[in-house]
Design a protein around this ligand. Structure first.
Ligand SMILES: [Zn+2]
Length: 353
């Protein structure tokens, strides 16, 4: 079944981690083992272009991700807004190069999306992976007006923050609200008709974005606080707020967002893919229908197979979510909506003509 994944950090893998995503997952794992890599996520790749084709992934949101950090040599951070801007351009260039090599296809308009879905239906083995460009954390946006430049490069979705606070507001693991520069930035995002990804906002910033921003919103990779009760996850009220604005929520595979009290490199993996389906079901129950939930796996977003449900090995295993939903009694139409249809509907409304 066609799969749509609303959150993949493909360029993080391709650029920052220097992975050749044209290889198989087994080759990526073997290469990093041979190099003796021991950092979290290394040697545990779960995706690559051939693997994603096997998984029937036809569409995704792919990030530009470059977070500013105060400390130098932070493994995931850059030390100035200018460097974040430059790294975002490196990520843009990686996507462009992969388009030229035939692996990716940029989806920027309603027409692009429709044509791509048609082609995928008839030629799933040869159609490139369609991607909608998103940005995870607005750190590369030098001043609010910089958003126009990225829009021209195909950016259609953006989340203001990532971990900690940045120049636009508070993110995961901090309780800081929006900064003054967020107001003109949100205004411009709204004028451009882009969707705001409310994942990774602090609680206070989340409610402020909903107050200040009148455009479309979604939550690309956002699990429930009922399953992993800490601030990275959403409360029922936050989920309902996204549903009330006709948004879609993607469920993620990162076990820190699924298993309570999970400590990286210490805890045993106690949950399975069934837990992901449980999270889907929470959203469906809150909405009263299955139209507001999809997949936002976050796979290989700074972690690997070691930090996923215990019965998950690689990207193709996402297809098992459909089987698990069927076992729970979900209809074929609802399963198709969750696997791809809800995100396609959302972006067919949000993307420009
Ligand atoms: Zn994230």
């Amino acid at each position: 079944m066609l799969l749509f994944d609303a959150h993949l950090d493909l360029a993080l893998n391709g650029v920052d981690w220097n992975r050749d995503l044209r290889c198989s997952v087994d080759d990526l794992r073997a290469q990093e083992r041979a190099l003796g890599m021991t950092d979290p996520g290394r040697t545990g790749a779960t995706l690559s272009f051939p693997e994603m084709r096997t998984a029937e992934l036809g569409l995704c949101l792919s990030t530009l991700l470059a977070r500013q950090e105060k400390e130098i040599s932070h493994s995931f951070g850059w030390t100035s807004p200018q460097t974040c801007y430059a790294m975002a351009h490196a990520h843009l260039a990686w996507h462009r190069a992969m388009e030229r090599a035939g692996y990716l296809r940029s989806i920027r308009t309603k027409h692009d999306l429709k044509a791509h879905c048609n082609e995928w239906q008839h030629h799933p083995q040869t159609t490139p992976l369609g991607f909608i460009q998103t940005m995870e954390g607005a750190d590369p946006i030098l001043v609010p007006g910089t958003i126009d430049e990225f829009y021209d490069h195909g950016l259609r979705a953006i989340g203001l923050t990532h971990y900690g606070a940045n120049r636009y507001g508070g993110g995961t693991s901090c309780e800081v609200g929006l900064a003054v520069d967020a107001i003109p930035l949100l205004k411009r995002i709204e004028e451009l008709g882009m969707t705001v990804d409310v994942t990774h906002l602090s609680d206070v910033a989340f409610w402020q974005v909903l107050d200040y921003f009148n455009g479309r919103i979604h939550a690309s990779h956002q699990n429930s606080r009922r399953l992993a009760p800490w601030q990275r996850q959403f409360s029922d009220e936050q989920y309902k707020a996204v549903i009330d604005r006709d948004g879609v929520i993607g469920v993620a595979l990162d076990i820190i967002m699924l298993q309570p009290g999970y400590v990286r490199r210490v805890s045993e993996r106690l949950v399975t893919l069934e837990r992901v389906v449980e999270n889907i079901d929470i959203i469906v129950q809150l909405a009263g229908n299955a139209r507001h939930v999809g997949i936002g796996s976050d796979l290989d977003g700074g972690y690997g197979v070691e930090q996923t449900p215990s019965d998950f090995d690689r990207f193709r295993d996402l297809q098992r979510i459909a089987d698990l939903l069927e076992r729970r009694g979900y209809s074929a139409a609802d399963i198709a909506g969750i696997m791809h249809g809800n995100w396609i509907r959302f972006f067919s409304e949000v993307l420009p003509d």
